[in-house]
Design a protein around this ligand. Structure first.
Ligand code: ZN
Length: 297
């Protein structure tokens, strides 16, 4: 089916107490395997792209690949720009038909974050695209010496509900990414997420909430977070690790020692079959499996 507005998708998730997964593909075959897995699970899905991936492939190829694959499956698919700080990149995403964009002003003082985010909301409205923004600092595991230091530092920049309400009111955003203890870039579940804080923010702001760094959150906590009000779960590192292992395995098995002349045509199919179960498991974890039919009615 045609692409769908991201916020509309998340509003359905919010009313029905599940989350939509935002996957971070790095290549065209990853886009294909995510859409195929989502279709087989009858799950709505968000393909989210960040600046380096757009530099590698270009807007045109990425959007046409997602569009043409989405048109062949009976599930809602949206294209999201992840963590953008560059207004020109955001304009490019809107011009190429992204259904949502994230402006990340989390490094700015509150007032400047509000001002820039409001500007992006104004840019997105004529396109009918949704806007996600970050408040507090979610953080990246690679910026810390060890897990303990990461947990301590991240706990110092969490989002509080009153500031979240003010931010949402002053910016007019559709989706909020609060800092609640999750950490970007972890392929192991080591984050300590503040679930009561998620509940408090969700009840106070009344718009969909995104949990970033989902790969670093233990499964039980993901379930609790969804129950508390998370409606978009971002997954990157976990699936990236599964994909890289599958890629190495495919090269070893298909190559049979002839590593420089392996049959590359066979690699994508083999990798896809190895990675799809891990992707499907995440739809089931957040309860989005089987949610496509009511959403497309
Ligand atoms: Zn993120």
């Amino acid at each position: 089916m045609p692409l769908i507005n991201t916020a509309a998708m998340l509003q359905h998730a919010r009313k029905n107490h599940y989350a939509v997964v935002g996957f971070e593909p790095y290549s065209i075959d990853q886009i294909q395997l995510v859409i195929e897995a989502a279709s087989e699970e009858s799950a709505p899905v968000i393909l989210q792209l960040w600046s380096e991936v757009i530099v590698s492939w270009g807007f045109k190829l990425l959007v046409s690949a997602i569009r043409s694959l989405a048109e062949e499956v009976p599930i809602p698919v949206s294209i999201h720009l992840d963590h953008a700080t560059d207004i020109n990149l955001i304009q490019g995403a809107l011009d190429h038909g992204f259904t949502s964009v994230m402006y990340d002003g989390s490094a700015l003082p509150f007032k400047d974050n509000v001002e820039m985010t409001r500007r992006v909301v104004k840019m997105a409205r004529p396109y009918g695209a949704s806007v996600e923004a970050e408040l507090g600092i979610i953080g990246f595991i690679g910026d810390f010496k060890n897990v303990d230091e990461a947990r301590i530092e991240i706990a110092r920049h969490l989002t509080d509900a009153a500031t979240a309400v003010q931010f949402v009111q002053e910016t007019g955003i559709d989706i909020l990414a609060p800092a609640v203890g999750s950490i970007h870039g972890c392929s192991m579940p080591i984050a300590l997420v503040d679930v009561p804080r998620i509940r408090e923010i969700a009840e106070a702001i009344g718009i969909p909430l995104a949990l970033h760094g989902g790969s670093g959150v233990p499964e039980d906590t993901v379930k609790q977070a969804v129950e508390a009000g998370i409606t978009k779960l971002n997954i990157d590192a976990e699936i990236r690790a599964v994909y890289i292992r599958a890629l190495r395995k495919a090269v070893d098995e298909i190559g049979k020692g002839e590593r420089d002349t392996i049959d590359l045509a066979r690699c994508p199919c083999k990798i896809r079959e190895d990675v799809k179960p891990a992707v499907k498991a995440i739809f089931r974890l957040v309860g989005s499996n089987g949610k496509a039919p009511p959403l497309i009615k």
